[in-house]
Design a protein around this ligand. Sequence first.
Ligand SMILES: Nc1ncnc2c1ncn2[C@@H]1O[C@H](COP(=O)(O)OP(=O)(O)OP(=O)(O)O)[C@@H](O)[C@H]1O
Ligand SMILES: [Mg+2]
Length: 459
Amino acid sequence: MINESISILAVDDEESFLEVLNAALSAEGYRVELAHDGVGAINTLQNRVFDLVLLDVKMPRVDGIEVLRFAREHYLDTQVIMLTGVNDVRSAVECMQLGAYHYITKPYSISELTAVIDRALERKRLLIENKVLKSELARHAFAGNIVGQSKPMLELLTIASKVAPTDSPVLIQGASGTGKELIATFLHQNSLRKNQQFVALNCASIPEALLESELFGHEKGAFTDAIAAKQGLAEIANGGTLFLDEIGEISPMIQPKLLRFLQTGEYRRVGGNKPMRSDVRVISATNKNLEEEVAAGRFREDLLYRINVITLRVPPLRDRPDDIPLLVDYFLKTKVRPHGLKMIEPKALELLVKYDWPGNVRELENVIERASILCKDNLIRVEDIALPIGRRPVLPRDPESAAPTSLLGTAVSMREVEKAHIAGVLKSVGWNKNTAAQILGISLKTLYTKIQQFNLTKD
Ligand SMILES: Nc1ncnc2c1ncn2[C@@H]1O[C@H](COP(=O)(O)OP(=O)(O)OP(=O)(O)O)[C@@H](O)[C@H]1O
Ligand SMILES: [Mg+2]
């Protein structure tokens, strides 16, 4: 039985409870030790490390809270579950603030107990797994300005740190605003090419006719405006990394030329016939599903195989809510700080953690920036946070009042909030109106009307 390797210390001053615990846990195969009071518990804890401690709250002389403090101070990985009478639920809550995993109210059923134990052990396993990932990451790479401690993010960075020092082409897939560009720079900074250039080309921002010359350069007289020869980014990136952002937007006309360059390192300037060479490592990014693009005939399959030797998927923010408080803190310190230190009230943070973030980290960054402008003093409150109407999560009811917590304060009008919000979303998606309308949950036509009504402009 796998439970044999798991050690549990059960502490209770009531003999009958302790016996029941002992019998139940031994039956599950755990290695159990017993302590009859707080002093005994601390003595035992000093001698060896336990995976889990079941701890009665009320005990004479040294109570459960003191034992908990001791355990938290010396063994951070050890999970503690409090056992409490119906009347000390208040102190049980205090215990959780001190780091206990959970509490169970007596009398409890064995199945209830084992369910909580299972979850606590699972949490311990995850904590340790995260520590391993983090130390592995620290050995391999410099994560620079990437914020993230969640499991999906640590896993991504671990793989990225292994891929970084190779010359393999990497395709970074992820929704808008998830941090694809940040991962691309991470790959470069942790590569052998880190002292050479990182050259980024956004394939979506350049008209098709100019993209080829942007990428491969042109000779003098290649077209009407080509009054002098010009180096392309492929040439400029020689020895370094070429980042092709939004690669899904590259037109079928240019795709074969790019493919040839990736296969042979050779290209020709527009209007030139001399074959040229450049040694670059190519990293691409897209928020499209390129397999679907291939199926639809918009993207060449052979090109996809070339660029996605390794695919990294950046998880959407809603899949890593643990990172939200860290990101908020980071944005408050780096983006907002120059205008004075701001803090955020717990309720507002909770709102952010529960929201589903269709615009991902960029949207969060904008929400924080806006909230810090709207807030009255140095504290960001729930009413300072403008999240799209209709997509807001249901708020927990305020225990003080029967009505649900109001999201909109009285300091700013609805109109202002709406205007700020729409402007923020537009900015966050680089004024891509289709995406903005989707995020806002309104039609494109309504969006145009709002843009006009609020007199919104791109700059
Ligand atoms: N893990 C992170 N830690 C800190 N900042 C982040 C993180 N992820 C994203 N950001 C910030 O969020 C913003 C968006 O990130 P980035 O431009 O890398 O996303 P993207 O996936 O390339 O977006 P798009 O698809 O819109 O091009 C940037 O300002 C970036 O610095
Ligand atoms: Mg990007």
